[in-house]
Ligand binder design. Structure first.
Ligand code: BDR
Ligand code: CA
Length: 313
């Protein structure tokens, strides 16, 4: 099997960290670069978190790590310390990292990756889409070479997680999502409708960590505690959603989900609806509109098998 080249664009919070672990433990993927973007926490913290994780995982073929946007295209940055902790990784202490980031920017790294791997490249975007929108504005010809972008974000027919109608990533930078959805690039959207179909319970995490005791598994357990306590307070179950690992799983195996192709846009102005994904579920196609593939259902069993196999490796 020839591993698929991927670039992961992340606002490294707790579920991003799980997604990175899954990706770096997956033989189907070759993670060439990790770019960071302000979102869950400030971008400097995101970069630090990526470097700490690479150190923890003792990754041999280190992907490039490039720092990206410090703030959304137009809006003021909104972060989520109440969900991911002030540092983005639930406040646990890590051994200092000796890994360094590259001096290239995230935009340069994204464009280079598109030029190097072209249609073979998948970009997994698990934070606000700021870096990708900037890459598009800088050099759309190069970005057009990408094989696929899997973007975790949006919410269509279930309640939002950042206000009633919006999902966090697109709420933080609605303008960037609006730019991307009107490019005609091959995009798979992994919205809350899908990610809320799977809940990871604390008890299962404890059981699995105990069964396979190591520095990594105990770190995973500590890393997820704050995040799971947040869901206990807000959603009433001691566990968590695994939004970003699902996007990585879709990059590994697109047949895990069923998608519907449609025109989607994002509300950038609304007084009550900032970041809302407005989708055209009507069957008749409308001439000239750009469309994306929205993932709406997932094979739970197959996803969970893949997720646990890779996470606890
Ligand atoms: C998304 O928002 C962030 O808090 C998570 O990391 C995930 O990417 C879920 O709405
Ligand atoms: Ca994220």
């Amino acid at each position: 099997m020839i591993p698929k080249p991927v670039l992961i664009d992340t606002d490294t919070g707790v579920d991003d960290a799980l997604a990175l672990i899954v990706a770096l433990h997956s033989p189907e993927l070759s993670v060439k670069a990790i770019t960071t973007v302000a979102g869950n926490v400030e971008v400097q913290k995101c970069t630090r978190n990526v470097l700490l994780l690479l150190e923890l995982l003792k990754v041999k073929d280190r992907p490039l790590v490039a720092q990206g946007a410090t703030k959304p295209l137009r809006q003021k940055l909104v972060t989520a310390p109440e969900v991911h902790g002030k540092d983005g990784l639930g406040g646990i202490s890590f051994k200092k990292s000796t890994t360094r980031k590259t001096s290239l920017t995230a935009v340069e790294t994204i464009l280079d990756a598109c030029n190097t791997w072209g249609k073979k490249l998948t970009i997994v975007a698990i934070g606000p889409l700021t870096n990708l929108a900037q890459a598009w504005k800088k050099d759309s010809k190069s970005l057009r070479k990408v094989g696929r972008i899997v973007s975790m974000g949006g919410v269509f027919r279930v309640p939002g997680n950042t206000g009633p109608v919006a999902e966090f990533n697109y709420f933080v930078d609605p303008d960037a999502a609006h730019v991307l959805f009107n490019t005609g690039l091959p995009i798979t959207v992994v919205p809350l409708d899908l990610t809320h179909q799977i809940v990871l319970m604390r008890r299962e995490m404890e059981y699995r960590a105990k069964r396979r005791a190591s520095r990594l598994t105990s770190t995973i357990l500590r890393l997820t505690k704050f995040y799971m306590q947040y869901h206990k307070k807000i959603d009433g179950f001691y566990g968590a959603y695994v939004h970003d690992p699902i996007a990585v799983a879709v990059a590994i195996d697109p047949t895990l989900v069923q998608t519907q192709n449609m025109h989607v846009d994002v509300e950038t102005e609304g007084q009550y609806t900032r970041g809302m994904t407005v989708a055209d579920f009507r069957k008749t196609s409308r001439h000239g509109e750009q469309t994306v593939d929205v993932a709406l259902t997932i094979n739970r069993e197959r996803f969970l098998k893949l997720f646990h196999e890779r996470l606890w490796k």
